[in-house]
Design a protein around this ligand. Sequence first.
Ligand SMILES: C[S@@+](CC[C@H](N)C(=O)[O-])C[C@H]1O[C@@H](n2cnc3c(N)ncnc32)[C@H](O)[C@@H]1O
Length: 257
Amino acid sequence: MKRYKAIAAYYDAENQQHEMLKHDVPFFLGQLPKKRQDILELAVGTARAAIPLAQAGHRVVGVDYVDDMLAIARRKRDAVGLTEKQLKLVRQDALKLDLRQRFDWVVILFNTLLAFTTLEELDRLLQNVRRHLKPRGRFWLDVFNPDHAMLSREQEKGIDRDVFFVPEFERTVYRQTDITRDTARQVMRITNRYTWFDAFGREKRERFDFDMTCVYPRELQLLLERNGLQIEHLWGNYDGSEFAKSSPRMIARCTPM
Ligand SMILES: C[S@@+](CC[C@H](N)C(=O)[O-])C[C@H]1O[C@@H](n2cnc3c(N)ncnc32)[C@H](O)[C@@H]1O
């Protein structure tokens, strides 16, 4: 997990301008009843979503398995004056999740379901979701809708170029991304390449690789159903539109079966 250290410090700065991330949490909050809800956020990261959920009055537990992400989440939680009771942050692998508590909502945002790249992992994760839901609880997920034109490209280099400032290091960082797709495994290897210049003008480089799968709409339905969950509502975007062929997202609210 050491490789996450610098990347964890980049996470919020890197994603601050991400258009979709301006809408996902407000949209989810709009779906919640006024009454206080017990919410479990899987793969909570730096608590980008968990903090506003707790600030809205809900009781949130966030789970992640990377210490550096959780350390940032704790710092941010304490800085806004939320207590451990309002937002509890737990270091656990979502694949071995055991909190001995059931929740009104289990949520996994920002494509993170796709970090579980094999059928075995997806089944284990969804079984864990099911076990942590109250009988009338809801599971909320958001993944991208596979775009066939994009997925047909075996390799892409130097895409999604961006530049961002990391206050902690007083560093301006340039990022570009390479993607290699393995269609047999339905997995893509994403490599983020970061470049910056130190105080002496020397160029520094860092890279971060991770794997991601994609799931098709019917595959998502089948995966959920074989793990005791069913889609109650499927949106295609954060403008509230229903899922349709050109939708960029699959935003699903699911119930236990
Ligand atoms: C893209 S970030 C999402 C963070 C946050 N949910 C958000 O929407 O901003 C993905 C997070 O998933 C976490 N993660 C990936 N696999 C995990 C696992 N098996 N158990 C717990 N956390 C995991 C990573 O550590 C990382 O913090």
